[in-house]
Write a protein that binds this ligand. Structure first.
Ligand SMILES: [Zn+2]
Length: 886
């Protein structure tokens, strides 16, 4: 269902000599007139080349033989030469073309430039190599054969029709799984090795056209700097509806394939009736809301009434002309291939062709008499109608306003054709069939949504995936992981079997190996509803205020007003940026998801109710990988924030430590409370956002998160923490402000630990003085805080327990990150003990010489003789980043 003009333009061939008028001196002052002359001739010659190329291409596609293939390929290389030559002429003759006054000229040259330079971007050898590469990938795809589920030695199943039929009709989970795996393995794996070189080639071509990468090169046709963001925004608007449908379908599929579903909320990719899970209409019978009510499938009616492929095209043509649009010309009916011939091999993939001569337009489709193909017929006829509408534009503007427009025309009309109302009108639904009741509408809307809404995330992610590859966001070593990341994130599906980086599952979708841009299909799905809404309003068939005229039941049949509005936009081709064409057709100048939401509104309401009834929360879990990368970003952000907090509380603590007063104490306490709250919030955030962080693969990440979730005292309830901080401050303050009286001058009572007492302990050899100082200090500093300390131990243990530790000792030991740390330390001590004891014995002997009467037979040294008042106090109390050394 592609349209062919892009391929044809790039397949321009050169049939012998050609010449362009050159700029003569006498006309030098009127370069723009010269440019017009030049372009007229360019148009004439390139139309001719285009016609010949299209012809060779058609001959191959409708009769696959070595001979026709050879001619087609030969023309393709000749074409490169023609384009190269034309572009060389332009660059020499119209150096100032970008400064021309006439905007049409500027636009024309801009568009020619892209064809011209891409044809010549690579040296001939490299170009050949690139074409070979593309050919190899396409060939792997189109010739892949898989083995049957029932008999694995029977290995001649192709995608079309065998696997497609299995995916569509089989309800045997094992068989579906087998077909899915066979196709993805037999196609994706062999293609994988060619993809990186293909990416490099594509980027090289894009760069020679002054685009940053191939993704940007594709996006050029949408003529918007912010197109990626616009698309993402559209998707975000549509996502809630998609998720409702996803939840409903998941619940229904669970009834059929219960054991295939797990708690993650994802749907296994092989159960949706389609190899790529890109549209779900084939599982309609499994999810139909009201099975006893009518469903719109007119295949049987068509067969009964003797419909042929030709008749289907005539019905479609009649619909177009009923709107006052252009009828298919005689050449169309004479030359098109509407049925699969029996006498030769043809490319069956439906396509619409423009032969560039303003009268030859054809469709090639192996049409089968089914409802589905009736829609496809309208889709292809839409392409031809577009060709007909813009046929009088210069060749370079004979394209869609953007690629999505071209895909949307036929679909827009089909939205009318497929309504039960219209099918009745053309006699394909029995007059007696009730169609206006609520249940039938819901059935109808769900069948539409299974095709149109299910497609949206897929239509988006195919190119999002490739943008990420082209711009280097994704490395080749992550090709498959990234594919499944997007499939999970956007579609909510997962692979039915284990995948690895051996696989290349994106390669199992045609457009990836075939190098075809895909975003057009997403754009088309959105804007066709904008077109439909506008045409329905124009036709008077839709009234937002009138429940009897809902958008989904509108049929624009026979409305000349609607037809002329559509035609006005189509006739512009790509001569103007697409928002202008959009404005002509809809009054809006941008893409907008409100029309599609309006169309499906009754279904969306029904789904919300239904899912609530079934207790089906929409949405699905993120993968560990996605969560890990989110956690990484979260930590980077957090680091900045906590550095700031840390700075603030360090400043406050410094102020207090260097000037102990009430005000500083207050600020310090406030900030410590604040920072405790902050830590608590972060820790709660982490456990809520990443409940499974302990299972993350990156050990560094796990380590960081572990440290964040261990809060120490900060985990206490606010009032308890306040008490804790106050106790701690009280004790520290008491310690730092304790003074004692002098031994020599009893009335002097302001001796502090530092420097006075330390000096005495260090220098005095007066045993009595030493004893006095030691006793006084211990009694006055230690004694009074005994009760406080008891409370402190209680509350501190309480905090430890809240952090899942037995007590504060265990919490402290946690920072040594060893289960055996206590034992290790004890062992160290045992090793050092003999040395210590030797020193102890020696010092004891020496001290006995000075303070003989202080020693008894127990071998102990009295503590006040050792020049140390107290031992090291490790005061790492409030902040996890502050260390105080003795
Ligand atoms: Zn198409």
């Amino acid at each position: 269902m592609e349209w062919r003009v892009a391929a044809i333009i790039s397949l321009w061939l050169i049939a012998g000599a050609y010449s362009f008028p050159s700029v003569s001196d006498s006309f030098e002052n009127d370069l723009e007139s010269q440019a017009r002359l030049f372009l007229a001739e360019y148009d004439r010659q390139s139309s001719e080349k285009c016609f010949n190329a299209a012809n060779a291409n058609w001959n191959y596609a409708t009769d696959i033989r070595d001979e026709t293939e050879k001619i087609k390929l030969q023309k393709s290389l000749e074409n490169s030469k023609f384009q190269k030559e034309a572009w060389k002429n332009i660059t020499i003759q119209f150096k100032t073309r970008e400064n021309f006054q006439d905007p049409v000229l500027v636009r024309t040259f801009k568009k020619i430039a892209i064809i011209g330079t891409s044809a010549s971007a690579l040296p001939e050898e490299r170009l050949k190599e690139f074409k070979q590469l593309q050919n190899t990938m396409s060939k792997i795809y189109s010739t892949a054969k898989t083995c049957a589920y029932e008999d694995v030695t029977e290995c001649n199943l192709s995608l079309d029709p065998d696997l497609t039929k299995i995916m569509k009709e089989s309800r045997d989970e094992q068989q579906l799984r087998h077909a899915w795996k066979e196709w993805h393995d037999k196609v994706g794996v062999p293609i994988r090795q060619y993809y990186k070189p293909y990416v490099d080639f594509s980027n090289e071509i894009a760069k020679t056209n002054n685009f940053s990468d191939a993704g940007a090169f594709w996006l050029r046709e949408y003529e918007s700097e912010t197109f990626k963001e616009e698309i993402e925004q559209l998707w975000q608007t549509l996502k809630p509806f998609y998720q409702q449908m996803h939840a409903y379908v998941r619940a229904k599929l669970r009834d059929t394939y219960g054991d295939q579903f797990t708690e993650d909320g994802l749907i296994p990719a092989h159960l949706l009736g389609n190899m790529w899970a890109q549209s779900w209409e084939n599982i309609y019978s499994l999810v139909v809301p009201f099975p006893e009510k009518t469903s719109i499938d007119v295949t049987e009616q068509m067969k009964q009434q003797g419909y042929t492929p030709l008749k289907m095209f005539q019905v479609s043509d009649e619909f177009f002309t009923s709107l006052g649009l252009i009828p298919m010309p005689p050449e169309f009916w004479k030359e098109s291939l509407l049925e699969k011939p029996n006498d030769r091999e043809v490319v069956c993939h439906a396509s619409a062709w423009d032969f560039c001569n303003r009268k030859d337009f054809r469709i090639k489709q192996c049409t089968v008499v089914t409802t589905e193909d009736l829609i496809t017929v309208h889709h292809e006829m839409g392409h031809v109608q577009y060709y007909l509408q813009y046929k009088d534009q210069p060749l370079i503007f004979r394209r869609g306003a953007n690629p999505g427009f071209h895909e949307a025309v036929g679909d827009t009309l089909a939205l009318s054709v497929i309504t039960p109302k219209h099918l009745k009108e053309i006699g394909l639904l029995d007059d007696s069939t009730p169609i206006d009741d609520y249940e039938t509408s819901i059935n109808f809307l769900l069948s539409m949504a299974l095709e149109k809404i299910a497609f949206l995330p897929f239509g988006y992610l195919i190119d999002k995936y490739r943008w990420d590859i082209f711009d280097g966001t994704v490395e080749p070593s992550n090709y498959n992981a990234h594919w499944w990341k997007l499939r999970r994130e956007y579609q909510g599906i997962k692979p039915p079997v284990e995948r690895s980086e051996e696989n290349f599952d994106a390669g199992a979708k045609y457009h990836v190996p075939a190098d075809v841009e895909y975003l057009r299909y997403f754009v088309s799905k959105v804007i066709q509803f904008q077109f439909h809404r506008s045409l329905c309003l124009e036709a008077g068939q839709y009234d937002p205020e009138d429940p009897r005229k809902p958008l989904h039941n509108c049929d624009i049949y026979r409305s000349k007003a609607a037809g002329s509005k559509l035609a006005a936009g189509l006739a512009m081709g790509s001569s103007r940026p697409w928002p202008e064409a959009m404005k002509v057709m809809t009054g809006q100048d941008k893409m907008d998801a409100s029309a599609i939401r309006e169309y499906f509104k009754p279904l969306e309401d029904w789904l919300i109710l239904q899912n609530a009834k079934l207790a089906q929360p929409p949405g699905w879990q993120k993968s560990t990988n996605d969560l890990e990368s989110e956690a990484h970003s979260y930590l980077v952000e957090l680091d900045q924030l906590s550095s700031q907090k840390c700075y603030e509380s360090s400043v406050a603590e410094w102020a207090y430590a260097t000037d102990i007063n009430d005000e500083n104490e207050k600020v310090k306490l406030e900030l410590s409370l604040d920072s405790a709250k902050f830590s608590k919030e972060i820790s709660q955030n982490v456990t809520a956002t990443f409940p499974l962080w302990r299972e993350f693969k990156d050990p560094d990440l796990v380590r960081k998160l572990k440290k964040i979730t261990i809060l120490g005292a900060a985990r206490l309830p606010d009032d308890q923490f306040k008490k804790y901080a106050q106790l701690e401050t009280d004790m520290t303050k008491h310690y730092s402000t304790t003074t004692i009286c002098s031994f020599k001058y009893k009335e002097t009572c302001n001796l502090s630990l530092e420097p006075e007492l330390t000096k005495i302990m260090r220098e005095s050899r007066n045993e009595e003085e030493l004893r006095h100082v030691w006793t006084e200090w211990h009694d006055k500093s230690g004694g009074p805080i005994k009760q406080t300390y008891k409370k402190f131990v209680e509350i501190s243990n309480q905090a430890a327990k809240l952090n899942d530790f037995n007590d504060t000792g265990a919490l402290w030991l946690n920072s040594y990150e060893s289960e055996t740390f206590k034992d290790d330390v004890e062992e160290l001590w045992q090793t050092l003990k003999p040395l210590y004891q030797q020193i102890h014995a020696y010092v004891r002997a020496k001290l006995r010489n000075v303070y003989g009467d202080q020693f008894s037979d127990d071998g102990l040294i009295p503590a006040h003789l050792l020049d140390i008042v107290v031992n090291a106090e490790e005061l790492c109390l409030a902040s996890f980043l502050k260390f105080e050394f003795k």
